[in-house]
Write a protein that binds this ligand. Structure first.
Ligand SMILES: *Cc1c(COP(=O)(O)O)cnc(C)c1O
Length: 411
């Protein structure tokens, strides 16, 4: 049950449904945070009630931005598995590693958690169209959830969108605007179109309800690890909505008394595009990039939700780290090889960040970490191919196979 919306910039309060952003601060700064009736949720959300609910993310309905009568979209989203990864933990030099495997989500990324909430709210508002601007996964996820629910999706993407994600959009029947410009330009066009055509706006940073969908990642980690909670949760950061949502979920499960403590957040940005990590280290926040990153899903030089993303990591007593692209490539390779989980570069960044944090002494050899694997490697084959090996090209002759197997046997 929602209580009110609070502006993260000026602290003004609004009623649920009153506005999507704070009119005093404007949509660049006036991002709202949804506050819930925690005592009521404490009463209703416990191990007994949860045991009787469906294994999907609507099981936390008291902490989701739904009205009493709202019927959520019937799709299965959420409750992705928690995978034990002992060999990767050993390679990273930490005590325990579990992967929150959202590569298995409906459209193969963590973004489904937000899109499903967006589509549910759009249906509730009587909209026929929904829109978003995205570096890729928010788009493919929205296109998926919209198609499943019978809404029309209008998608603004930048030219750099990887082929796999573009193919998903078109396969799900979305109307795609491939903007010949930056993500930021695509984002502003989308805002304008929503305003002009009355489309429901799924842009995460702007629409405060969507971060609540991403929160279910944190709610699930808390519930799935309740008997043995991690010391840290590692998540990669672009716009900042995912880590803010994950932290809020972990915090609220503690507030409602489901868990006894709260893990620390390890925020991971690619070193070339790390405006939030830089602000964390004391500099005033300044949008922009020092370089580039090939991890397209976290290539956000103008992050919309930097305040929430900063606050989340600070509140948790966590820290930001910034691996480089070579380290992210190694993480794609090692995660696949040592766990069987094929992560897209931005998702593998959460693993690369663990390696950085271990090297810097932030993580110790006994620490237990959950890494959020936020997107599937099949979405960006070109990105993956630059990180992994090549096949053995052979003539159809057994002798050649023997030669290669023999060579691999040598230490
Ligand atoms: C969107 C995304 C992120 C980062 O989430 P933000 O809310 O932009 O910080 C990380 N990984 C993947 C695969 C994503 O699609």
């Amino acid at each position: 049950m929602m209580r009110q919306l609070t502006c993260v910039c000026c602290n003004a309060h609004y009623a649920p449904g009153e506005t999507l952003w704070c009119p005093k601060c404007g949509f660049d700064d006036g991002i709202l945070d949804v506050e819930f009736d925690i005592p009521a949720a404490t009463w209703l959300l416990n191990a007994t009630t949860l045991a009787s609910r469906g294994l999907n993310h609507w099981r936390y309905r008291e902490l989701l931005p739904l009205q009493k009568e709202t019927r959520p979209s019937p799709e299965h989203i959420g409750w992705t598995p928690m995978i034990e990864a002992p060999r990767l933990a050993q390679a990273l030099g930490i005590g325990r590693l579990r992967l929150k495997d959202d590569t298995r989500s409906a459209s193969a990324s963590f973004k489904d958690r937000a899109s499903s909430v967006g589509v549910t709210l759009a249906l509730e508002a009587g909209a026929t169209d929904i829109a978003c601007a995205s570096t890729g996964n928010a788009a493919s996820s929205l296109a998926h959830c919209a198609a499943a629910a019978g809404l029309r999706a209008n998608i603004f993407v930048s030219e750099r969108i990887p082929d796999g994600k573009l193919a998903q959009l078109l396969a799900y029947g979305a109307r795609v605007f491939k903007v010949q410009g930056s993500y930021d330009q695509a984002w502003r066009l989308c805002m304008k179109a929503c305003d002009a055509f009355g489309w429901y706006n799924r842009n995460c940073a702007i629409n405060p309800y969507l971060v609540e969908g991403k929160k279910t990642g944190g709610l699930e980690i808390a519930e799935q690890c309740v008997s043995d909670p991690p010391d840290w949760v590692s998540a990669s950061v672009g716009d900042g909505c995912s880590i803010a949502g994950i932290w809020k979920g972990l915090r609220q499960m503690n507030e409602v008394g489901f868990t006894n403590g709260r893990p620390k957040m390890l925020g991971v940005q690619a070193v070339g595009v790390a405006p939030i990590a830089k602000a964390f280290n004391g500099a005033p926040f300044k949008p922009g990039a020092d370089g580039v990153t090939y991890a397209d899903s976290i290539d956000c030089p103008v992050p919309r939700n930097w305040r929430k993303a900063l606050n989340a990591v600070r509140e948790s007593n966590g820290i930001y780290v910034t691996p480089n692209d070579e380290e992210i490539r190694a993480a794609v390779r090692e995660t696949g090889r040592l766990t069987g989980c094929f992560a897209e570069p931005a998702a593998a960044a959460a693993i690369a960040g663990i390696a950085t944090a271990r090297r810097n002494g932030i993580l110790g050899p006994k620490d237990s970490v959950v890494a959020v694997i936020s997107g599937n490697g099949l979405k960006d084959i070109a990105g993956a191919r630059s990180a992994i090996g090549e096949p053995n090209v052979v003539p159809p002759e057994f002798g050649e196979i023997e030669r290669i197997v023999e060579k691999d046997r040598q230490p």
